[in-house]
Design a protein around this ligand. Sequence first.
Ligand code: TYM
Length: 334
Amino acid sequence: MVDNKKVLFSAMQATGNLTLGNYLGALKNWVNLCDEYECFYSVANLHSITVRQDPAAFRKKNREILTLFLAAGIDPVKNCIYYQSQVSAHAELAWILNCYTYMGELSRMTQFKDKSAKHADNINAGLFTYPVLMAADILLFQADVVPVGKDQLQHLEITRDIAQRFNQIYGDVFTVPEPYIGKSGARIMSLQDPEHKMSKSDENPNGSIYLIDDPDTIIRKFKRAVTDSEGCVRYSENQPGISNLIDIYSACTGKSAADIEKEFDGKGYGDFKLAVGEAVVDVLKPLQERYADLSKNKDYLDGIIKENAEKASYFANKTLRKVQKKVGFPEIIR
Ligand code: TYM
């Protein structure tokens, strides 16, 4: 609890271009949560270096992602938005939690399996212990809830296991967090391969809509989206491509799948794909305008980055000191 409000934590990696999946599955839902929760949102750049990054491009990307958080409408006064690398307690708690996490549980993580298959030349220890750092992120803030897309549920589960294990040994140290899944958009799939999630790291740029894509590109990508063979706009397991487009249209317009089926009854895929593209352009337009404005305002951004890193460090260090004490580390003499 902070000021009698429950605490919420979430983060996004600073890798690749943020996609419509990141927006509909996470970012969009973050915007209004600060009325109910004390919210902390981090640019998870420590996680990003589990894959090789070019330093100059990476530095730029960090700032781009943080600016997109703001452009999406997250108020930096009511929420704490910061870079994970600027709060050293993340790495310190991650080390401690590594010692309370088993190799067996980490080997079962599907993201580790997927990523190590993709980066077979760089299966580093960080990639393996990635979920422990995620647990440290969440537990540092004593988060009650963690808004994520469905792909992160397994990591939330292991976070809960680690928290409960630690609490069993040392008493109630950590709040055990609950996942918070948005009503729509929790699993947006690739436009080119609807069996796989839309992902920043997809090598085919036509599979993903990036938040900074211009309107023509967005419409073109939707026109090229893979559809199915039934020829009608109907939500069904046999039509993963169309069902994904229905999910996207629903998340952008607030309409239900049943209403969307009615709206496009008797119409072809072409009309539907264009309508989805236009709905996405409309949703992203204000975000893109704010992004362009904010990017020009260096001093404003720098101020937010500095203040919020201090605020995040203050709360994170409170938990870290408590954990260090519980484990038996000698206290710092001041
Ligand atoms: P990341 O950066 O891959 O994704 C950020 C958020 O976007 C959601 N998301 C999606 N939602 C719906 N459909 C999709 N296609 C889609 N793709 C991504 C993710 O579920 C996530 O909510 N490890 C995390 C970052 C992280 C984190 C944390 C998250 C680090 N520490 C602590 C929560 C709590 C990651 O790689 O997310």
